[in-house]
Structure formats: structure tokens, C-alpha cells
Ligand binder design. Structure first.
Ligand code: PHE
Length: 352
């Protein structure tokens, strides 16, 4: 009996010490310490011993039982703290390590340029407006003094919508220039006007300096006694604020049906520094040192009349430039193909 008890003690303590987890531990607990377990059976054996042997064996059996109980409790504690340790390891955090910044995007460079243009003109009292991406022929051409079938219309490479013609306003087109915004603004009948219309425009064209969808910003000022001097002043102000003092602008006489006199506005090219040459070759973007940004002029009296504004009382100027081109001519931007802007290539976009 004594040997048996000693043997069970060694066996049980060893088994508990090497139990892998709580499930195994519980199975062993039932096996050794359960109501019908190994020790319970031994205790019963002790009870059946002759009277003289019983006290000593009883004591030994109790010692074995508590030793086994201690082995169980110890292992249980060990397993429990190992589990907590693993959790703590997983959750451990070094508060002194510098934080990881989440990746942060930025607005598209064209959106950014639109904001900059808006801001500069707001400083001299021009209110930002935007007009539809589809337009009626009357707003896009006819009210701008370009009668039906006039050859000047061909310069706008217009996309026509597959939509029924309006009896009064004519065909529906994708807005080919922001100048239709002049008509929409004048038709509101609120004078004087100082607007800057920045909207999407569409033409059938695609090469290093053209994309079929681009943006224009159109300035319109109508007031009493507005002259070319005001136009020149506003353009110079913008050029200085947007491009910096190192860049030059020039006005070339030109012809538009909706302005008289008319000009084309050029800015010295930043790709070639205004020389027209890059590494002894012609500059890919401007070819001659100057890049045409857009047109301008004094609002034609016929345009005012078409919108119910009396040209004897009111006069004004208008100008319209491409946002993308203007942005590309900014100091240090150096984008040599306008089509990059709309390819959605992250390697390109994240450079800015
Ligand atoms: N709308 C003209 C264009 O798209 C530019 C322009 C605007 C010219 C205003 C004169 C006045 O080319």
C-alpha cells in the first residue's frame, strides 16, 4: 500500500507538471483527484486496512493527495500566466517609438491650380462662378457673334450631343469654351459684373499640348467706362501673382468674333526659359520661347446687345485661358506633356 501511494504521487506530480493546457489538466484532475479517481480508490483501500495500519497509511494517503493537489494548482497557475504573457506580448507597445504617419493624399494639381486662380482673382473682386458642361449652340456661339455656319466656329473643334435640337437655342454641344459663361452671366441682368468662370471645356484634340477635356477660366468685367487699360492691368496682376516676377507676358493682336479689339496672351516658357531651345533642339512645348495661354479683348457690342445690355452705357473686357496650360507654365512645374495630367498614374501625380 505504501509503495502504491508513493508511486501514484510520483506519477501524478509528473503528469500535472507536463500538462500542456487547461483541457489536459482537467482530464488529469478527474483521473487522479476525481470522486471516482485513482486517489479516491486508494483512500477506500486505506479504510479497509486493519486498525493498526490505518492511521499511518491514512496520513500518508492524505499527504499524497495534498501533494498532487499542489502540483495541479501550480501547473494551473503556470499555464494561466503563460497565457496572459502571450496576450501582453501581443499588445505590448513602446510609447517612445515615433508614430507611423498614415499615408496622406493631396488634391490633383489641376484642382490646386483652380483654387489658386480663384484666390488671386478674388483679391480684386472677381466672383467665382461655374457653368454647365453641356451647352446650347446659342450660348456657345451665336450670342457670341458667331452666326450659324460661320467658319470661325471650326476653330472650336466642337463635340455635338446626340440630342434633339432646341427650336430657339439650336444644337446641344459639350461646352467648347468658357465664353458661353459670359452670355449666361450677362443674361442674369445684374450689372456691373466681375466674374471668373472656371469650368470644364471639350474639344476634339489630343497631343502634347492638348487634351479633349480641359479647364478654362474666363474673366468678365462689365461696368461704366471699362477700357483696354483695365484689361491689361488685370492680366498683369494675375501673371505676377501666379507666375512670379521673373516671367513675362505679351499681348498679340488677334481676332475673335466676340471681342473687339482682340488679343492673344502669351507667357514666356518655363521649360526652355523663353529661349525656344532645350539642349540645342527646339523646345517640345513652346517651339519659340512663348506659350499661348488664351485670348482676351473688349466685349463686342453685339454680344452685349444679344444679352439685352446697352453698349452705349456699358463696356467690358473678357479673357479666357486654359487652366492646365497656365499651371504647366508655372515656375518649376516642368510638365512636358499635358496628357500626363489625366492618365491617373500615381508615379506622376505623387510628385507634386
Ligand atoms: N474663348 C476663347 C477660346 O477659347 C478665348 C477668349 C475668351 C477670347 C475671352 C477672348 C475673350 O479660345
Amino acid at each position: 500500500m505504501k509503495d502504491k501511494l508513493e508511486q501514484v504521487k510520483i506519477e501524478a506530480v509528473k503528469a500535472f507538471a507536463s500538462a500542456k493546457d487547461e483541457t489536459e489538466l482537467e482530464a488529469l484532475e478527474i483521473k487522479y483527484l476525481g470522486r471516482k479517481g485513482v486517489l479516491a480508490a486508494l483512500m477506500q483501500g486505506v479504510a479497509g486496512l486493519p486498525g493498526a495500519e490505518r492511521p499511518a497509511m491514512g496520513k500518508l494517503a492524505n499527504d499524497v493527495k495534498s501533494a498532487v493537489g499542489r502540483a495541479l494548482a501550480e501547473r494551473r497557475k503556470e499555464l494561466e500566466s503563460a497565457k496572459l504573457g502571450a496576450i501582453a506580448d501581443a499588445e505590448w507597445m513602446d510609447l517612445t517609438v515615433p508614430g507611423k504617419r498614415p499615408p496622406k493624399g493631396h488634391v490633383h494639381i489641376v484642382t490646386d491650380a483652380i483654387a489658386a486662380v480663384t484666390e488671386i482673382f478674388s483679391r480684386i473682386g472677381f466672383t467665382r462662378v461655374r457653368y454647365p458642361e453641356v451647352e446650347w449652340d446659342w450660348y456657345a456661339f451665336e450670342a457670341l457673334n458667331m452666326p450659324k455656319d460661320h467658319p470661325a466656329r471650326d476653330e472650336w473643334e466642337t463635340f455635338f450631343m446626340d440630342a434633339p435640337e432646341d427650336p430657339k437655342l439650336g444644337k446641344m454641344v459639350l461646352t467648347p469654351h468658357t465664353s458661353s459663361g459670359q452670355i449666361r452671366e450677362l443674361k442674369k441682368g445684374k450689372l456691373p459684373i466681375r466674374m471668373i468662370n472656371i469650368s470644364k471645356t471639350y474639344r476634339r484634340q489630343s497631343d502634347v499640348t492638348h487634351v479633349p477635356m480641359f479647364h478654362q477660366f474666363e474673366g468678365l468685367m462689365v461696368d461704366k467706362d471699362v477700357s483696354v487699360t483695365h484689361l491689361k492691368g488685370v492680366l498683369d496682376f494675375f501673371a505676377r501673382e501666379f507666375f512670379g516676377r521673373g516671367r513675362k507676358t505679351r499681348l498679340r493682336p488677334f481676332h475673335f468674333r466676340f471681342t473687339e479689339p482682340s488679343f492673344e496672351i502669351d507667357i514666356s516658357c518655363d521649360i526652355c526659359g523663353g529661349t525656344g531651345q532645350v539642349n540645342h533642339a527646339k523646345c517640345r512645348v513652346c517651339k519659340e520661347g512663348w506659350l499661348e495661354l488664351g485670348g482676351a479683348g473688349m466685349v463686342h457690342p453685339n454680344v452685349l446687345k444679344a444679352c439685352g445690355v446697352d453698349p452705349e452705357k456699358w463696356s467690358g473686357f473678357a479673357f479666357g485661358w486654359g487652366v492646365e496650360r497656365t499651371m504647366m507654365m508655372r515656375e518649376g512645374v516642368k510638365i512636358d506633356d499635358i496628357r500626363h495630367l489625366y492618365r491617373n498614374d500615381f508615379r506622376f501625380l505623387t510628385q507634386f
